[in-house]
Design a protein. Structure first.
Length: 230
């Protein structure tokens, strides 16, 4: 493992100073560890995206359509089952024709989403409610009409800053968007603040820290404490 100064451990996030980059995926976006123990403990999470870093590739997420995985309904299922790692070339159409996700952008996680059905072939495709949630507008928590009226099929999503997008990060961003959708039901005429005021980095940072802690308490791997915002 090569040495990199003034970085935090990808696993425990507590060690400031000298950490070592993973020797296999070394590069600016490589996983970094303070000890062999942390690297070993984090291997199950890191393994799917442990690959030599290339400047023409970006790790994103494929969001599977509604019925692709049983028990993954956005309301009462485990939606995380529908998030899969995918390695995308920078020549992919998502980089030129993908749509920015406004809420994630406002909360500090700049995401670009792509649907082949909506932006490419235009062919009929199954619905993808998880993707629709991520595409909502901050002022009313509704997605644009073409996302609501047409099936998006399997979708791709990645970070515009080209940092690797993890399954844990996309899950908590999805949960935050779902929270906004739920909150949009409360009328401003009764004194509720505009829902768009929730779309701030501060609100998301507190939400994500709490969500990670809750999932860690449930014994889920990958939801370790973090000190640098997602």
């Amino acid at each position: 493992m090569s040495t990199t100064p003034t970085e935090r451990c990808t696993k425990c996030s507590l060690s400031i100073g000298e950490v070592k980059s993973c020797s296999r995926c070394k590069g600016p976006n490589a996983a970094k560890y303070c000890s062999k123990e942390c690297q070993k403990a984090h291997w199950a999470i890191h393994k799917p995206i442990c690959k030599p870093y290339r400047t023409d590739e970006v790790w994103g997420i494929k969001i599977l359509y509604n019925d692709a995985v049983p028990g993954s309904d956005v309301h009462d299922g485990d939606v995380s089952k529908r998030f899969q790692h995918v390695l995308l070339k920078t020549s992919h159409a998502i980089f030129k024709k993908g749509e920015m996700c406004p809420v994630p952008g406002k909360i500090g996680v700049p995401l670009v989403i792509w649907s082949e059905a909506l932006m490419g072939t235009g062919l009929r495709a199954p619905e993808n409610q998880a993707a629709v949630y991520l595409r909502i507008e901050p002022h009313n928590a509704f997605a644009p009409i073409h996302w609501q009226m047409n099936g998006a099929g399997d979708c791709l999503i990645l970070r515009r800053d080209k940092r690797p997008l993890t399954r844990e990060t996309i899950e908590v961003v999805f949960k935050f968007c779902a929270k906004m959708i739920n909150g949009a039901d409360y009328p401003e005429s009764d004194g509720w603040a505009p829902i768009g005021e929730l779309a701030t980095p501060a609100a998301f940072q507190m939400f994500s820290r709490d969500y990670y802690a809750q999932q860690k308490a449930k014994g889920r791997e990958g939801f370790d404490r973090f000190f640098v915002p997602l």
